[in-house]
Design a binder for this molecule. Structure first.
Ligand code: SF4
Ligand code: SF4
Length: 348
């Protein structure tokens, strides 16, 4: 990895250059919550001033720009005994400015499933390849536990990554695209003072995590406590609304529906994100539901995050952003659910 520094004025010039030939997405203030705190969303921006890099977290993750909630996979038509299919991959250049390390780590996990596994999704891959990513360091939100799941730092999966040193940014460069973009502005070589200041900022961030979650023993513990009553305790609160999966940066389960015209001459295949907490998630033809209870569905959500994904990819699926805990109207959140599970593991 190469490092340079960039004054804040030069960073602004860089974003303005990027804006000339890319659709740019960034964290924008979109309102305030009931406590008067700002709400931020990743939205298209037209000028630099609209981007607020000081945001703590966003309600929805930038996942939606790689895995949209709903997308048309193909449109087809039948005519004179022949058929034609129209498939469009997104190839327009896009830049996302201001992604946090946890959200970039989430993309790296999605890459494993959607880009590198046996059946890569060309829809996902085309969006990933055509997106220029500028990440930024930040002090953690109170309930964020990304450090506990190893997602508080990131070494790849982005083009540029910024750390705020006050009057300038310390910039990690991780791609040719990032290097070439920086060449258009007055990026400076790193001095000893820059490195020293950078390490001091990183140490401050690392020491500011308030929420810690023990996950190292979860794959075994989840098997041992498969029948534990704690799943009923939490499952009985669940409203089966599916909001947790919608805001989660790593949830990728989906369904495909085929919409055929009444005269059978044309149709569309549409992909839509699904959620393992929805009542019909495990329902099969004939009406049998393999997970008919709220507790069984909630339990399998945690199984996928901390056991199934670990078995497949040697790491948990969760990046510790706690968006699911924030959005959940029933108050179900990973730190408390996992603490209960850990307490069960210690026995009476
Ligand atoms: S855990 Fe919370 S957000 Fe998720 S489905 Fe249940 S009630 Fe909805
Ligand atoms: S499960 Fe919750 S805490 Fe973990 S990545 Fe998804 S939204 Fe974030």
């Amino acid at each position: 990895m190469l490092f340079k520094t960039l004054t804040k004025k030069d960073f602004r010039s860089l974003v303005e250059i990027i804006l000339q030939s890319n659709e740019v997405i960034g964290p924008k203030k979109s309102g305030t919550n009931k406590d008067g705190n700002p709400i931020h969303k990743f939205l298209p921006v037209a000028k630099f001033e609209e981007i607020d890099l000081g945001y703590q977290t966003t309600e929805f993750s930038p996942k939606t720009y790689f895995l949209p909630y709903k997308e048309n996979l193909s449109t087809y038509r039948f005519e004179n005994g022949e058929w034609e299919q129209d498939i469009r991959y997104r190839i327009q250049p896009r830049a996302i400015i201001g992604m946090h390390a946890c959200d970039i780590n989430a993309l790296l996990k999605l890459d494993k499933v959607m880009a590198r596994d046996k059946f890569p999704s060309p829809y996902y891959v085309s969006r990933r390849r055509n997106t220029f990513i500028v990440g930024i360091d930040h002090e953690p939100a109170e309930k964020c536990f990304c450090q506990s799941v190893g997602a508080d730092t990131v070494t790849h999966g982005f083009d540029l990554f910024l750390t705020d040193l006050g009057d300038r940014y310390f910039v990690a460069i991780n791609s040719d695209r990032g290097f070439n973009a920086l060449a258009k502005v007055d990026a400076k070589l790193v001095t000893e003072k820059d490195s020293h200041d950078y390490l001091a900022v990183r140490a401050k961030i690392q020491n500011s995590f308030k929420t810690k979650v023990r996950i190292d023993n979860l794959p075994n513990l989840l098997d041992i406590e498969f029948e534990s009553d704690m799943w009923k305790k939490w499952g009985n609160k669940c409203l089966s609304c599916g909001s947790c999966a919608m805001v989660c940066p790593t949830c990728y389960c989906y369904g495909v529906a085929e919409h055929v015209s009444m005269d059978f001459t044309k149709g569309q295949k549409v992909k839509q994100l699904h959620s393992c907490n929805l009542v019909d998630f495990a329902e099969v033809a004939g009406g049998h539901n393999f997970r008919p209870t709220r507790s069984s569905r909630l339990k399998y959500r945690y199984y996928h995050q901390h056991r199934g994904f670990v078995e497949a990819y040697d790491e948990p699926k969760c990046v510790g952003c706690n968006r699911c805990g924030t959005v959940c109207l029933a108050g179900i959140n990973p730190p408390e659910v996992i603490a209960d599970l850990q307490a069960e593991g210690h026995g009476p």
